[in-house]
Design a protein around this ligand. Structure first.
Ligand SMILES: [Zn+2]
Length: 350
């Protein structure tokens, strides 16, 4: 029946009229409010893939969402409550505003000093370029960001700088001569700094820090530089590892009203993973693009995916993105997460 077509509802220019039509279509017993069963049917129409197949919400998720929108706790969603639900939840799910974050597709990680094919997972980072380019060629994202690992020469993460700083007494290795690549040490500091040691890489304004020549760079995209403080590393494109400095990425996304963030690039289990987790905690519906990422360690890649899923993000291949960006493939995990974010917002504003 036509009432289940949310695209028609939300895209109609007279949105008050369509909101009412939507409400009435799901208020089966015409009592002017939605009970849990009526809301369940609404959710079945809302959470569907592009072939019209319904994704089932878990029962506790449905109840949680219903409770979040039933703000006077009378077990019904009335018109006023539905207006809030419509404007802040349904509209976002059907018409998301999407950004793609392309993380660290730089020479050093692909064929330079930190070529990840030499790391335990032996993955070829160059393989991310084709699927990322294909997304950029075929889809209209509302915003595109490229991050750069962008280190000064005396950066704390470089093994060859190990003698520039004192190791803390809690460091697993206390003699700098014994520290090897990929070891984790603790440097003295207030507080002490835990740091994994990497080969010198992505030094500012060197060939190694340039984006790979085959990566499509879209005009008007925004570049984010991270790891610029010599004393602290920065895996995430949002924050450094000690959460001292904000790259302003979250601010820039919010300024553009971005709701959904797609994350891809290198290295899956390091900078991509850290960025995805920060995207989720910054309140964005977050999608990890599995076939557009390559990483360092297979076990850590699995952990990264599991962490994203556990926090109500999703992990998909890039061939699913078009329908998601266009609001034709609407995932319940992301809808549930958005409802939880709205609940948090409400609690913070009280
Ligand atoms: Zn780095």
């Amino acid at each position: 029946m036509a009432s289940t077509n949310f695209i028609d509802f939300v895209c109609n220019p007279d949105s008050t009229c369509t909101m009412d039509a939507c409400f009435m279509a799901f208020d089966k017993n015409c009592d002017g409010k939605l009970n849990l069963d009526e809301f369940r049917v609404l959710c079945q129409a809302l959470f569907r893939n592009n072939s019209g197949v319904t994704y089932e919400l878990k029962d506790y998720e449905l109840r949680d969402i219903f409770t979040i929108f039933d703000s006077n706790h009378d077990d019904f969603i009335d018109r006023d409550e539905f207006t809030y639900c419509w404007n802040n939840w349904i509209k976002v799910i059907v018409r998301p505003i999407s950004a793609i974050l392309i993380i660290d597709v730089q020479n050093d990680f692909i064929c330079g000093t930190l070529d990840i094919s030499k790391c335990p997972a032996k993955q070829n980072a160059e393989e991310v370029i084709q699927p990322i380019n294909s997304l950029l060629d075929t889809l209209e994202f509302d915003a595109i960001f490229y991050s750069y690992d962008w280190h000064p020469s005396d950066h704390v993460s470089f093994l060859d700088n190990i003698n520039l700083r004192k190791l803390h007494e809690s460091s697993p290795k206390k003699d700098p001569e014994t520290v090897q690549l990929y070891d984790t040490v603790v440097f003295e500091g207030e507080p002490p700094v835990t740091q994994r040691m990497w080969p010198r890489h992505c030094v500012q304004n060197t060939w190694g820090s340039e984006l790979h020549k085959d990566l499509k760079v879209v005009e008007n995209a925004t570049k984010i530089y991270k790891g610029t403080n010599p004393e602290v590393d920065s895996y995430s494109a949002f924050w450094d590892n000690s959460k001292l400095t904000d790259t302003k990425l979250a601010y820039q996304l919010k300024m553009r009203n971005i709701t959904d963030v797609y994350v891809c690039g290198v290295a899956y289990d390091v900078c991509v993973g850290a960025t995805a987790i920060d995207a989720i905690s910054s309140g964005f519906r977050t999608i990890l693009l599995d076939d557009c990422c390559r990483g360092v360690d297979l076990l850590d890649i699995e952990k990264t995916k599991n962490t994203v899923i556990k926090n109500h993000g999703v992990v998909v291949n890039s061939n699913r993105v078009k329908n998601m960006v266009e609001g034709n493939d609407r995932r319940p995990e992301l809808g549930y997460k958005l409802a939880l974010n709205l609940k948090e917002q409400k609690q913070n504003s009280v």
